[in-house]
Design a protein around this ligand. Structure first.
Ligand code: GLA
Length: 652
């Protein structure tokens, strides 16, 4: 963990500004209580204006200036955006799209991660930075690259993919078997026939797509690790990370990567203003889960988020007064070592000239900058009081007192996305829906990757775990046997690690544990719904199943089982074969949690109020513009405060 108290600041791009503005920025940062600035992210063309010719003079001044101002530098390697000279010198190192189009410079991320020239140039610039700045007193954290996640389908990738497949599958016979290549006559007779999943006539093979994502994740991870090792070769004590970008389009398995960084760091941009508190809670809980499972104790860092807006369907909705601090503190309460933004000062030009910044185009005399300054003061105060919110999680212990968790596996989301399912399925949307339902009930919720320790959770929800390995299925059965209360939803346990359907009745991997057998999927059209005999409303997805070894809790209108319950060992396994609306989901979770003895942090938490458990006590966040009475105390509109206990809240 970096030897730095807490991180409050933003991406700063001094290379875009004259010296006078840089100097003013340092003064403003001090004024705002900034403790760290991320520098260098997109500065390759300034750092290395011509191959091998470095110009560090400007960065020397920037780092010296930060140090003199008492601000830490999160020093980035600039490899997410190679300069134009690189493109012209190495046309083979540019990313190639699925349809064969070779991209050119003009934006960012125009590189092929498997191109030797790109890797060599990246190592070169990382090594140059490391040898110059590894011992610079301003540097508190290294930030390799930016948001790894670039796709490429070129010949370099094809060759590397074949090597990766050999290591994974052994021989071609095993590959043909794993990928079911007899379908549509795609059997491979020679490794040279195996290509990336490039543009083709019609649907592609889901196993091929899935392995390609895994391969890209490993390729990108190797590129990260190479730079990390270059830095650590010069300064073994250096703390190194990279900023994860969340979203199903990124071919990065963040759970797997978390073991390779010194601190899990995420960027988070919610997709709706009203949904931002719940989405932020999910992202933060996911980051904490990755951190804990990778042995980092549940600590992590919110590396970037937008200061003043949430982009909703292309519209920048402004964050209302107070939201800046509330969202930042809600992340911090969930284990983030601070709150960093994109960006410090809004650019005059360039593709993101309209992205909000702590210092927006009008300058510092704004409501936003005043709020940023107030947040800086507040964080300094928390730090002084020793109440800065850093959880320390015992190895294997549940991360929160609610003992409630939701299973989240990005690889499963890839498998769902790659497959031509009976209906389109938004994996992360379903997982977030279950998380949100628990969050609304006032539970602290852990989001756990498949490798997480499960013992200790009273309730574990496994939504749409379409791809489930034999190991995971066994662990879930053991979890129930040992006393856990497991809720499994539709479309779980369907395919194996190669995206091959488990035959004999769904959900193949969990059929015995759940005591049900699904014969048919029967997804509903948009807007269509059914009322179960419990009065609950089912939408999106239904199934035809029998329950040979489970009790039926709710049935479809024709009497077929819809929601079931089976005792196994000391625990209980529930199966929810349909999509449930919010009210039905809440009712089910209330019953399951009550039976499991998993209590919310605050009973009857009002809608729009969020409770977060921290080692220092309970935090309450009022995201509404109403006063709510909790534990006998008024919680003001917009308030974000530490309460000693729900019964006796006291503002921090
Ligand atoms: C991410 C990137 C930044 C910027 C922002 C825009 O955080 O890392 O460079 O593009 O998104 O929201």
């Amino acid at each position: 963990m970096p030897n730095h108290p807490y991180f409050y600041g933003a991406d700063w791009n001094p290379e875009q500004w004259p010296e006078s503005v840089r100097a003013a920025d340092l003064d403003l940062m001090r004024q705002a209580g900034v403790t760290a600035a991320t520098v260098g992210v997109f500065s390759w063309s300034r750092l290395e204006p011509a191959p091998g010719a470095y110009d560090f003079s400007w960065l020397d001044r920037v780092l010296d200036g930060l140090h003199a101002a008492g601000i830490g530098a999160v020093l980035a390697t600039p490899t997410a955006s190679p300069p134009p000279w690189f493109t012209l010198a190495h046309p083979d190192a540019l990313a190639q799209r699925r349809d064969g189009v070779r991209l050119v410079h003009g934006s960012r991320d125009t590189y092929c991660v498997n191109a030797p020239a790109y890797r060599a140039a990246s190592r070169g610039v990382a090594a140059a930075l490391a040898s110059r700045y590894a011992h610079h007193p301003a540097v508190v954290l290294w930030h390799v690259h930016n948001e790894y996640g670039t796709w490429c389908f070129c010949d370099h990738c094809a060759a590397a993919f074949r090597g990766w497949l050999r290591a994974r599958h052994g021989d071609l016979a095993a590959l043909n078997e794993a990928w079911c290549t007899d379908f549509w006559s795609q059997r491979y007779g020679d490794w040279a026939q195996v290509l990336p999943p490039r543009a083709t006539q019609y649907l592609t093979n889901p196993a091929h797509e899935l392995d390609y994502r895994r391969f890209l994740s490993d390729s990108l991870l190797a590129a990260y690790a190479e730079q990390r090792d270059v830095i650590k070769a010069v300064a073994p004590e250096a703390q190194v990370t990279t900023n994860f970008v969340l979203g199903g389009w990124v071919p990065v398995d963040h759970a797997r990567w978390s073991g390779q960084v010194d601190m899990v760091a995420i960027d988070h941009y919610p997709s709706s203003l009203d949904g931002a508190p719940a989405q932020s809670a999910f992202a933060a809980d996911a980051a904490r889960g990755w951190s804990a499972a990778a042995g980092h104790g549940g600590e992590w860092l919110l590396m970037e988020h937008a200061p003043a807006h949430v982009t909703e369907n292309g519209v920048q909705r402004r964050k209302p007064p107070g939201m800046l601090a509330r969202i930042a503190l809600a992340h911090i309460a969930r284990g983030s070592r601070g709150a960093m933004y994109f960006q410090w000062r809004a650019g005059r030009g360039g593709a993101e000239q309209w992205h909000s910044a702590l210092v927006d185009h009008p300058g510092p005399g704004t409501r936003l900058f005043r709020e940023a300054t107030a947040l800086g003061t507040r964080l300094a105060d928390l730090e002084r009081k020793g109440t800065f919110l850093t959880p320390s999680v015992e190895e294997g212990a549940p991360l929160n007192p609610s003992q409630v968790a939701v299973w989240f596996d990005e690889v499963c989301g890839w498998a769902i996305g790659a497959s031509h399912l009976p209906a389109p399925v938004d994996y992360q949307g379903i997982v977030e829906g279950w998380h949100r339902a628990l969050w609304r009930r006032g539970h602290a919720v852990d989001v756990v990757p498949p490798a997480a320790r499960l013992g200790g959770y009273r309730v574990l929800v496994v939504p749409a775990a379409y791809l489930l390995t034999d190991t995971s299925a066994r662990r879930l059965a053991e979890y129930v046997r040992d006393g856990g209360h497991l809720v499994v939803t539709y479309l779980s346990g369907i395919v194996d690690e190669h995206a091959r359907v488990r035959t004999g009745g769904h959900p193949g991997a969990l059929r015995d544990l759940l005591g049900v057998r699904v014969e048919e999927f029967d997804p509903l059209s948009a807007g269509e719904s059914l009322v179960l005999d419990s009065g609950d409303v089912a939408a999106a997805w239904t199934e035809h199943l029998t329950a040979p070894d489970a009790a039926v809790l709710a049935a479809y209108p024709d009497g077929r089982p819809a929601v079931t319950r089976r005792e196994h060992g000391a625990g209980v396994a529930y199966y929810v074969s349909c999509g449930l609306d919010d009210a039905a989901t809440a009712r089910l979770l209330a019953a399951v949690c009550a039976a499991a003895g998993a209590e919310p942090l605050v009973p009857d938490l009002p809608e729009g109020v969020e409770a977060v458990a921290t080692p220092q006590g309970l935090w309450l966040f009022n995201h509404t513009d109403l006063v709510h009475v909790i534990g006998g105390r008024d919680v003001a509109p917009g308030e974000a405060a530490l309460a000693a206990s729900p019964g006796a809240p006291s503002p921090d």
